[in-house]
Design a protein around this ligand. Structure first.
Ligand code: CU
Length: 319
């Protein structure tokens, strides 16, 4: 005897006692995408396995209340358990093929004192939003000489961008300053520029790689008006955002065509997640201590697990 199988609707198991269906609680598409293993979608693969197995049971064990109950319990159990099994499977597979690169970027030497912003001082609206003097933020030095605002990336990887599916990055204008000052996105990833101030700003991205498709733009943004979204198709280090109203306002976006990059936190720490096994050259950029023309580089190997890679930058002699 064969009962024709059917799929459940996505909101839950069927109400009828006959013809149990296959009900899968899949993770979200975004999570499934992250769990792509060697080009195979593990979400699909696991769901297919469950489907095949339950289908087999349907065909073999369909007569009698006991078998139907047994089957229903089994499917319920699988629905509850599959996610845990799946996570374990992915973890074991990923462990064998990728790892995180983490470390600290430190600064050697004493940076010059930051310079007080004299222009914002005489702007009555902008200065009112700060309790003390506003200074440049060239050297963000934290615990144990950790250097913040360094852009850390892998060299020699290209064409791996997932920017179109990545979460947007928010660039805010707050207190007549861009926040964050240094950030990085993938090619095609949305940069959503907000205006949290009670004044008008004028958002002006100034890419260098215009011939590669990165477009210069210049958009006024009134107080309370909706965010403005930008994307850039070509890799570029420290693409400058300025404001035409407030000449001291800058932010620098690094555009990468793969997901393996990070910006160091206030203590110089960074983590680049899920890097595929392999040997890489890494590059570290900093606006003053490792500019576009002089990145600090280092070699690293990822081999089935996480690896630590630290860097030391020096305060340039002339500064
Ligand atoms: Cu402005």
């Amino acid at each position: 005897m064969v009962i024709k199988s059917r799929m459940c609707n996505r909101h839950g198991p069927p109400k009828t006692k006959d013809a149990p269906c296959f009900f899968y609680k899949r993770p979200s598409p975004a999570i499934c995408k992250r769990w792509l293993i060697s080009g195979i979608n593990a979400c699909d693969t696991f769901a297919e396995l469950v489907k095949t197995f339950t289908n087999l049971l349907h065909h073999k064990m369909v007569s009698g209340t006991f078998t139907r109950l047994f089957l229903r319990k089994l499917i319920d159990f699988m629905n509850k358990a599959w996610l845990f099994g799946f996570v374990a499977m992915v973890a074991s597979l990923q462990g064998a093929h990728s790892g995180d690169i983490a470390g600290t970027v430190t600064l050697k030497g004493t940076p010059p004192p930051e310079i007080e912003n004299q222009q914002i001082k005489i702007d009555p609206v902008c200065s009112k939003m700060h309790s003390g003097p506003v200074k440049t933020q060239f050297y963000v030095v934290g615990q144990n000489n950790g250097l913040g605002d360094c852009f850390v990336t892998l060299k020699g990887i290209s064409g791996k961008s997932d920017g179109a599916n990545a979460a947007p990055v928010v660039l805010d204008q707050k207190g007549c300053e861009y926040v964050p000052y240094i950030f990085a996105v993938q090619t095609g990833q949305k940069i959503v520029v907000k205006n949290s101030d009670p004044v008008m700003h004028n958002v002006h991205p100034m890419p260098v790689r215009v011939d590669a498709g990165n477009k210069e733009d210049n958009k006024a943004q009134m107080a309370g008006s909706p965010p403005i979204t930008f994307t850039f198709p070509a890799p570029e280090v420290f693409l400058k955002f300025s404001c035409q109203v407030h000449p001291w306002m800058f932010a620098y976006a690094s555009i990468v065509d793969h997901p393996y990059f990070a910006v160091t936190d206030k203590d110089g720490k960074y983590t680049i997640k899920n890097v595929p096994d392999g040997k890489y050259t890494m590059e570290v950029y900093h606006r003053k201590a490792a500019p576009i023309s002089k990145p600090v580089t280092g070699e690293v190997e990822v081999k089935g697990g996480s690896v630590t890679k630290d860097f030391a930058l020096e305060v340039p002699a002339s500064k």
